[in-house]
Ligand binder design. Structure first.
Ligand code: HEM
Length: 370
């Protein structure tokens, strides 16, 4: 019989697991680890420990500084407008497939230097890839994710070759150059890193935009406040990350005998840090189930904490701020249903679709009173 894994649910316990030296991110150190997953994961930043983690993270972190992301804002706004214009004409949209998916995928493809025209390929492969981070994934799902990784590999390797001969001003060329310089990034790490940035760069941001818009449309007072006071948008995005966290949980493994919340945890035991629960810890966030864009939500752990803190946080924030501000300012946009379809993956809180409509009656009413 398998025992239920230890979970950390309070804000303090999640911080301990994510920041403490008693825990490793390497799933191969767990006493129960699916065989299929083990080898494939060793070059993935998310699952590395120091010193490899420090080396690989250092190489990509330059691309994600707040300053380099600030420079992307005008382009993010442009893509947002390009996507929304035809949807206004159409009168109805699926917020996920028509907007929340293509926006971050376009931006991350441009940052990496992957042709955005190939995004339909990612659309079909990414959900399979997500099994890599799903703690409940079955052997079959792991198998599918390995298949998706192979297809991605076959797609990316010729692009690396192209950049090797014809470098451009993009993240892929920079990483290929580092690999070529020898020693600092292995071929496997190059591939795993580009894949991780590509998948992490849109899957989660799509969910932040989807969950965030859903929350705001279900709280008209908060939406109205944000429309009246756009300077609250940065704080609102922190509150939305807290309120409906796109990544629900991450795993760690005890390095040695240790204690969590006073309970003994033996070496090799997996512990699940429940980030959404920590973000609803009433001792840190009073009335945690209320959406309140005026609260200071900055202590949320939606991007993790410690050495593996999300590298893409500045990009995700910029995209969500720009996207949500455009969406809530469409005066007549409303949810078409209040029965959300969630994807069957416990690690992410991810909408399958979010149908919305432009309530045109109101627009014409507004137009006639103008
Ligand atoms: C709302 C959007 C996002 C959320 C909620 C999110 C969440 C997270 C979390 C919780 C972790 C830590 C995992 C752990 O500790 O095991 C993480 C790591 C990471 N994220 Fe994000 N992420 C988001 C967007 C992005 C974007 C846009 C990118 C890239 C462009 C990105 C790239 C990464 C990378 C590379 C790591 C690994 C960092 C490391 O292991 O050192 N993420 N993210």
């Amino acid at each position: 019989m398998t025992r239920a894994p230890h979970t950390a649910t309070s804000h303090a316990a999640v911080q301990t697991v994510l920041r403490g030296a008693d825990w490793t991110s390497d799933p191969r150190r767990a006493s129960q680890v699916p065989d299929l997953a083990a080898d494939a994961l060793s070059s993935v930043l998310l699952f590395m420990d120091a010193p490899d983690h420090t080396r690989v993270r250092g190489l990509i972190s330059k691309a994600f500084t707040p300053r380099s992301i600030e420079r992307l804002r005008p382009r993010i706004a442009e893509v947002t407008e390009e996507l929304l214009a035809p949807l206004r004409e159409a009168g109805a949209l699926d917020v996920i497939s028509d907007f929340a998916y293509p926006l971050p995928v376009t931006v991350i493809c441009e940052l990496l230097g992957v042709p955005a025209g190939d995004r339909d390929l990612f659309r079909s492969l990414t959900p399979d890839m997500a099994a890599v981070i799903d703690l409940d994934a079955t052997a079959e799902e792991y198998g599918r994710s390995a298949g998706a990784a192979l297809t991605f590999t076959a797609y990316l390797v010729p692009l690396f070759e192209q950049r090797r001969h014809d470098p451009r001003d993009d993240l892929m060329s920079a990483l290929v150059a580092v690999e070529d310089a020898g020693g600092r990034l292995s071929a496997d790490e190059l591939l795993a890193t580009v894949l991780l940035v590509l998948v992490a760069g849109h899957e989660t941001t799509m969910n932040l935009i989807g969950n965030g818009l859903r929350a705001l449309l279900r709280h008209p007072d908060q939406r109205a406040l944000l429309r009246a006071r756009p300077e609250l948008m940065a704080a609102a995005v922190e509150e939305l990350l807290r309120y409906d966290s796109p990544v629900r949980r991450v795993a760690r493994v005890a390095r040695h005998d240790t204690l969590l919340d006073g309970r003994p945890v033996p070496p090799g035991e997996q512990v699940i840090a429940m980030m959404h629960d920590a973000n609803h810890d009433p001792t840190v966030f009073p009335s945690p189930d209320a959406l309140d864009i005026n609260r200071d939500a900055r202590r949320h752990v939606a991007f993790g904490a410690g050495a593996h803190y999300c590298l893409g946080a500045p990009l995700a924030r910029a995209e969500a701020q720009i996207a949500l501000s455009a969406l809530i300012n469409l005066p007549d946009l409303e949810l078409a249903t209040d029965e959300p379809q969630w994807r069957p993956i416990a690690t992410l809180h991810a909408l399958e679709s979010l149908p919305a409509a432009f309530v045109t009656g109101r627009v014409s009413a507004a137009a006639t009173t103008r």
